[in-house]
Design a protein. Sequence first.
Length: 362
Amino acid sequence: MTLRVVEWSTGTVGRHAITGIDAHPDLELVGVWVSDPAKVGKDAGRLAGLDRDLGVPATNDRDALLALKPDAIVHTAMTDDRVAESIGDLSAFVAAGINVVSSGPVILQFPYGVLPDSMVESVEKAAESGGASLHVNGIDPGFANDVLPLSITSLSQQIDEVRVMEIADYSTYYQPVVMSELFGFGKPMDHQSMLLTPGVLSLAWGSVVRQIAKGLDVTLDEPLVERFDRVAAEGEVDTVSLTIPDGTMAALHFQVVGQVDGVDRIILEHYTRTHPDQCPDWPKPAEGDGCYRIEVTGEPVMAVEMTHHSRDGDHNVSGMIVTAQRLVNAVPAVVAAEPGLVTALDLPLVTGRGLVTGAPRT
């Protein structure tokens, strides 16, 4: 059965989601929401950068899209700077009986123990009242630090520590608000950015640590531990999002740590550069400019490195693609799931079914 889908936004992730929906044999694009009035009326195919029309004009009429009664909304709108409002949006969608897969807010990837119980219950009740499911995921938080590391631990005999890392050069990552206001790149070294405000790292990535703990049946100490190191620019650094003046913050390493009896057991960490030559003592990908690395120590000791890049070699472009596709390819499973908030622990195996080039379909 073909599922009717609305794409919600056409930004850096949304444009790739449109391409993915169009390519998926089980999905049909029936609507597109945009926030920019200049995009209203433009064809979805053109907004996605395709060389053809898809016959679906973009609109900013929220009610008109909900009236289509799609099977699902693929929601990729910016949520980092409007978490409460976006939770309200997603709750309204599922309450209206529309299943949702969303790239944010990432706190809903696994909100248990992160958000107040009352907020989680409100989202779950909205979904149950509409008979719909909500799944928030992507690549990080998402596949690189939920399904992938938990799958690797299935090979373990004993686990001492699980460490999930993003190691990346963000110089070609186009998100000016995220880079400047959330991370604090280009700000004075003593500037208190939103991300490094005490408790915010645990809000943003604590869901990762807690979901891994849940998958491994581990009870963590409270609260989670936050650590970070900032590195100043040595000379002016140009990125696609902003210019970073000499002496301002240009690189960041942070950790969100789940401990058991005071010992680090589950660690989420990011090594974020804004130029490939920065911080030579930090880990680097085995190849390319970015990777996700999982290390499981115990018996046996295991390490897996996942790299990706687009056909033109840019890992930040492919980062948007893998985020979009984790959502798009999960739509059939989320639609089939029981109503409520659905995490990666609840879904069956999600694959790229029907996407092999030139392969006959059964």
